[in-house]
Write a protein that binds this ligand. Structure first.
Ligand SMILES: Cc1cc2nc3c(=O)[nH]c(=O)nc-3n(C[C@H](O)[C@H](O)[C@H](O)COP(=O)(O)O)c2cc1C
Length: 207
């Protein structure tokens, strides 16, 4: 199927067929798509927990309106935003090291970019910074969902859970906040309704 046909095929799956698990190979491809997602300044300010453990899935379900996706999914990908500015300043230095591959001259060339990145972090309020990091989670989430559609893996993006509870369940360090979950599996049933989308006219202005 082509790209748009795949996007029409996908839907926010409400329950997965537990007899049809997602293979480790397919999971790896979805994670690679997430890794390849673009991010602001290339800093990828997030960390993804890949949950296979049934006890953790059930604990999340208990704090997620008992939605069936949580414990029928083969994997729950919990996108966590990196919410600590000091941590992100260190990440800028790590990013420069990654780009420079240890080349001192290259690092000198990258110095303006390093300062711009640190300045951008510096001038954001705490709330703006968290919002920025969370936005990057959603871009990565979208790449993961698009990869699922391409691979004919079903998925459901999910915000319907208590973030405080999930942070506690996963025992997240202080610099991480759970933001959004992508449940992966194979659909138990097809979509109940046809796709509902607002019109081109509603969504786009050509000028
Ligand atoms: C950020 C985000 C959070 C969502 N959270 C939930 C959720 O908690 N539970 C759920 O069943 N669907 C959730 N959805 C799915 C949307 O309801 C669904 O994508 C939308 O109605 C369009 O339908 P479709 O994805 O089947 O085309 C979420 C979607 C997004 C993008």
């Amino acid at each position: 199927m082509g790209f748009l046909a795949n996007l029409n095929w996908r839907f926010a799956t409400k329950e997965f067929d537990i007899t049809k698990p997602v293979s480790a190979d397919d999971l790896g491809k979805v994670l690679e798509a997430i890794r390849l997602a673009p991010s602001s300044y290339g800093l990828q300010p997030f960390h993804v927990y890949v949950i296979e453990d049934m006890k953790l899935k059930k604990d999340i379900k208990a704090n997620g309106f008992l939605q069936k996706q949580f414990d029928t999914a083969s994997y729950l990908l919990v996108f966590c935003a990196r919410i600590d500015k000091d941590d992100m300043r260190k990440r800028v230095d790590e990013y420069v090291e990654l780009v420079a591959h240890g080349d001192k001259m290259e690092k000198v060339k990258l110095e303006p970019g390093r300062l711009i990145r640190k300045g951008s972090i510096q001038k954001k309020s705490k709330d703006e910074f968290i919002c920025w990091a969370q936005k990057q989670c959603y871009i990565a989430l979208s790449f993961g969902m698009a990869a699922c559609a391409e691979l004919q893996i079903d998925s459901c993006p999910m915000e319907g859970f208590s973030k405080e509870a999930v942070d506690r369940i996963l025992d997240l360090p202080d610099n991480l906040n759970s933001t959004v979950i992508l449940a992966l599996g194979h659909r138990k049933l097809g979509p109940k309704n046809e796709k509902t989308r607002f019109s081109d006219k509603d969504l786009f202005t050509h000028i």
